[in-house]
Design a protein around this ligand. Structure first.
Ligand SMILES: [Ca+2]
Length: 253
């Protein structure tokens, strides 16, 4: 495959230095503190990956995410480059299950990719022609053999394009029994919009090859009705500032 490049999908939020505000202790500055809190919520957001580890069965996976087999939003999942090792199978990444057999040390219910393998998820863009907004991506690895490490780079393409844009990367080469990473945009918006497909490039985790058990891709159809921010959030903030101003006025009088 050609056409991969390293452009950040969402680069602009990083071009501004983070804004800061001082924590103050005097009542005089209560209103300023509250306003500062309001500014804080508007700081430039960025793509964030949280990592959790556990024992066998700690985590569950979704069978209703955008990329799960059988969902109307899913079109195809293939290994484009590389191979599935030790009897593993790429189709195990979106079957909505983690374990199929009593022997959870086995690679068979996983994708255990050769280093450099590239898989491609294609979404169904015939029913949702504008593609999809990606909300979050959860990747589950492991159980046994110290194969819970994750090291991959995720890419996306706009609908109708073969140009893969880098979205995020994960490199967590630990030997825990299970690991779940969850990547999202901490500003609350989508990771990317108008998405037609995703690719994952698997890299070496420094030890035994990783056992990937599921990749859940959550999101909504682009152009579908979006949730409107809760008005009570703003009402609460405005109310708090008003109380602060009243308090300041009383102290001065
Ligand atoms: Ca799934």
């Amino acid at each position: 495959m050609t056409g991969f490049d390293n452009r950040r999908a969402i680069a602009s939020p990083h071009t501004h230095p983070p804004q800061k505000f001082m924590l103050v202790s005097t009542a005089r500055n209560l209103a300023a503190l509250l306003l500062g809190a309001a500014i804080f919520t508007a700081l430039p957001a960025q793509i964030t990956t949280s990592t959790a580890t556990g024992t066998q069965g700690t985590f569950t996976v979704s069978s209703t995410d955008l990329a799960n087999a059988g969902q109307p939003t899913f079109a195809s999942l293939v290994i484009n480059i590389g191979s599935a090792l030790y009897g593993s199978n790429v189709a195990k990444l979106n079957d909505g299950t983690t374990y199929e057999a009593a022997d959870n040390l086995n690679t068979t219910p996983t994708l255990t990719p050769m280093e450099g393998s590239i898989i491609i998820f294609k979404f169904n863009t015939s029913i949702n022609t504008q593609g999809y907004n990606l909300a979050s991506i959860a990747v589950l690895t492991g159980s046994g053999q110290g194969r819970a490490g994750q090291n991959f780079v995720a890419y996306w393409t706009p609908v109708g394009s073969e140009s893969f844009n880098q979205l995020f990367s994960v490199n967590q080469p630990t030997g825990d029994i299970e690991m779940r990473t969850n990547t999202f945009f901490d500003g609350g918006g989508p990771l990317a919009t108008g998405v037609g497909s995703m690719a994952f490039v698997f890299l070496n985790t420094g030890g035994a090859e990783s056992m990937y058990r599921e990749i859940d891709i959550f999101g909504t159809a682009t152009g579908a009705a979006q949730a409107i921010p809760e008005p009570s959030t703003y009402a609460t903030l405005i109310g708090a500032i008003s109380l602060g101003l009243v308090w300041m006025r009383r102290r001065k009088s």
